[in-house]
Design a protein around this ligand. Structure first.
Ligand code: ASP
Length: 338
């Protein structure tokens, strides 16, 4: 039987670094190098490798991921594996999930340990991602699974996966749902299908979402936050170039009381989404009173980000704005996330 055709698209990241003369890791390896380092790939799939860029994922842009999504849609393949850096994988995978809808697996993988280290995880993650892309259950449910991330033999849904540690080998997790499958020996063990109603509903409204860049400010709330950045944004005639804002609020959706007036003005000035700095998770809607409780913030017209992590809420808001959605439609899109 012929092997599945898997197209590997390499963007860069630690998985594609090489040591320079001083031993410092620099971007450099392309898709062919990554494939050459894993001879077993040829026993699993018919691999085609393409180098898209050689950049750290901390320097990727929304435009680059939109272009990548458009490229993926044109590929003649049975599955696609994207390799990139880990730093922004939780965002790029979710953006691809919003933009790409195919009946083939689309998987994003990366490496925490660089190729100069004895226990580099890049080759193993690449092989695992290709194995997952070739798996019959994954292929059968490709559309229901959406874009996936494979790290350390675990398979995560793009909307749920987060990078939870800066350096540890097991840096990735999905704190709300856990992995949707595990790779054991050479087989995929399914654990569950992701709930995608909110994503499917969003995708219907988003269409191609191909408009110009729509910068979204991410404002992280901390103890005693004075709100000077919000004030600066409101005071600037061009809103400092921002078209929307995500506020990573405390707990179930709260900010410090002295910010009440500013939050109301922010919501009037820009589509403003609140999600929880606790790392995402469904927030409250009608439990607490007070000037900056969830009840008050929602009355101000602030959009409720549902269970999305603030980084993913920012990706979704950018995508909604690129699609030219009106504020009320954006609120509906987010509302479906719980
Ligand atoms: N800075 C790197 C990147 O995201 C880190 C990594 O790949 O893990 O590209």
């Amino acid at each position: 039987m012929s092997k599945p055709r898997i197209h590997i698209l390499a963007l860069g990241g630690t998985i594609a670094t090489r040591p320079d003369a001083s031993g410092v890791m620099q971007m450099g390896a392309g898709a062919d190098d990554l494939v050459k380092a894993v001879p077993l790939l040829a026993t699993v799939a018919e691999v085609q490798a393409e180098t898209v860029s050689r950049v750290g994922s901390h320097s990727l842009s929304f435009d680059q991921i939109h272009a990548l999504a458009a490229k993926i849609a044109t590929l003649q393949a049975d599955g696609v594996v994207v390799t990139q850096g880990t730093d922004t994988l939780e965002e790029t995978a979710f953006l691809l999930d919003l933009l790409v809808q195919l009946d083939i697996p689309v998987i994003v993988t990366a490496a925490m340990r660089n190729p100069a280290l004895t226990s580099a995880d890049g080759p193993g993650n690449l092989l695992a991602a290709v194995r997952v892309a070739c798996d019959a259950w994954i292929r059968r449910h490709a559309r229901a699974l959406g874009v996936l991330t494979v790290m350390l033999d675990e398979v995560y849904a793009a909307a749920d996966v987060i990078k939870a540690h800066p350096t540890r080998l097991n840096a990735f997790m999905a704190s709300q749902t856990g992995p949707i499958a595990a790779l054991v020996e050479d087989r995929v063990v399914p654990l569950g299908l992701p709930v995608r109603d909110a994503i499917d509903a969003a995708r219907k409204k988003l269409g191609k979402a191909s408009g110009a860049a729509q910068p979204v400010a991410l404002l992280w709330m901390g103890l005693d936050e004075p709100g000077h950045l919000i004030e600066a944004l409101l005071g600037a005639s061009d809103r400092l170039g921002y078209r929307g804002a995500v506020v990573a609020a405390m707990g179930g959706g709260h900010v410090p009381e002295p910010l009440a007036d500013r939050m109301g003005r922010l919501a009037a000035a820009l589509p403003t989404v609140i999600s929880s700095r606790a790392g995402g998770g469904a927030m409250l809607r009608h439990t607490y009173g007070g000037p900056t409780s969830e009840i008050a913030l929602r009355k101000m017209g602030i959009i409720w980000g549902g269970r999305l992590h603030p980084l993913k809420a920012r990706v979704l808001l950018d995508t909604c704005l690129r699609a030219g959605l009106a504020r009320d439609t954006i609120a509906e899109v987010f509302d479906a996330f719980g």
